[in-house]
Design a protein around this ligand. Structure first.
Ligand code: NCD
Length: 320
């Protein structure tokens, strides 16, 4: 049995998802409610195949485990075909420019492009060239909008409502696209946001003056409902900014004791990959009642199903 189809067909104002700033408040609400719809449909086995006959071009210029696979799962669940393009075996190796490669692939007429790239703003360049929606799976430290959306869905499903909740993000705020997109999204959902990092990993300017900065866990954690840890993005540091993984863990690594500093009911999230003994100790990493990582990964599918459906079916009468 298919999930019940809705007769009203709300539509997004955004054409692409290159960053959270593409989305209006009602776009965000629509994506999160559609994501919840797909989470329920996945549980009930009632997913409508709303992307049957569509082709998604998957352009990952940078490594990925979770994001790429989760977009693939989302696309397959909705009936779309995914074509993977591999930078390593492409004509980029023969000297073709990035723009010409994108123009060539775009001429094949995909219905959407999902991409990841190490260059700042690369999805914006692709969006200018492509005739179809471009969905960003992460670029440089700038943006990772679907990760922020799935984090919001995870918080929403855990707490019921996230407005008024306090969330603390710990770690490499300066180099993390997950931090960047969450710093844009969570305050727009009414979350009181804190960032906790050593000075060297704290950006000079945060996207909003309402985000509180802390340099120690002892100051930043008390009263937080949820904590998000981040990997040290060493590939984006010009020199070693942190003495050693052990020194980082001593000051910023999460343990049960430290999570209890936030509160006995506080929960931990991490976008992955999480490094045991650096971001999180083994005992907390294995305690999936406090560490919601599996739920984040699982929520990646319905979140990306919502994004693909809403961006690819825009203008068409709503299939739901
Ligand atoms: C992150 C990424 O690649 O931006 N992971 C993810 O997408 N879930 C975070 C990271 O690499 O640290």
């Amino acid at each position: 049995m298919q999930a019940e189809r809705r007769s009203d067909s709300p539509s997004l104002s955004a054409r692409n998802l290159t960053g959270i700033d593409d989305l209006s408040d009602s776009d965000i609400a629509l994506i999160l409610s559609r994501a919840q719809f797909y989470a329920d449909a996945l549980r009930d086995g009632t997913v409508p195949r709303v992307l049957e006959g569509k082709i998604i071009l998957s352009l990952f210029f940078e490594d990925s485990t979770r994001t790429r696979t989760s977009f693939d799962v989302a696309a397959n669940r909705l009936g779309a075909d995914v074509v993977h393009w591999n930078a390593e075996t492409s004509s980029l190796k023969k000297g073709e420019s990035f723009e010409d490669t994108v123009r060539t692939l775009s001429a094949l007429g995909p219905d959407a492009i999902v991409m990841r790239h190490k260059e700042f703003g690369a999805p914006l360049t692709v969006a200018k060239i492509a005739a179809c929606p471009v969905i960003n799976g992460g670029d440089s430290w700038r943006a990772h909008p679907t990760q922020a959306l799935l984090d919001a869905l995870t918080l929403k499903r855990h707490f019921g409502e996230i407005e008024g909740r306090t969330v603390a993000i710990i770690g490499d705020i300066a180099h993390s696209r997950v931090a960047s997109s969450n710093m844009e999204l969570l305050p727009r959902l009414g979350v009181k946001l804190r960032v906790i990092a050593p000075e060297v990993l704290m950006p000079e300017k945060l996207p909003s003056d309402d985000i509180e900065k802390f340099t120690t866990l002892e100051d930043g954690l008390p009263g937080a409902d949820a904590v998000i840890t981040l990997r040290l993005q060493k590939e984006r540091m010009e020199s070693a900014l942190i003495d050693s993984d052990a020194a980082y863990f001593k000051a910023f690594g999460m343990t049960h004791e430290r999570l209890d500093l936030a509160g006995k009911d506080a929960v931990l999230l991490d976008p992955g990959p999480f490094l045991r003994g650096v971001q999180i100790d083994d005992a907390l990493a294995d305690d999936r009642s406090r560490f919601l990582y599996d739920r984040q990964v699982a929520n990646g599918a319905p979140t990306r199903m919502a994004v693909l459906d809403l961006f690819m079916n825009k203008g068409a009468s709503s299939p739901l």
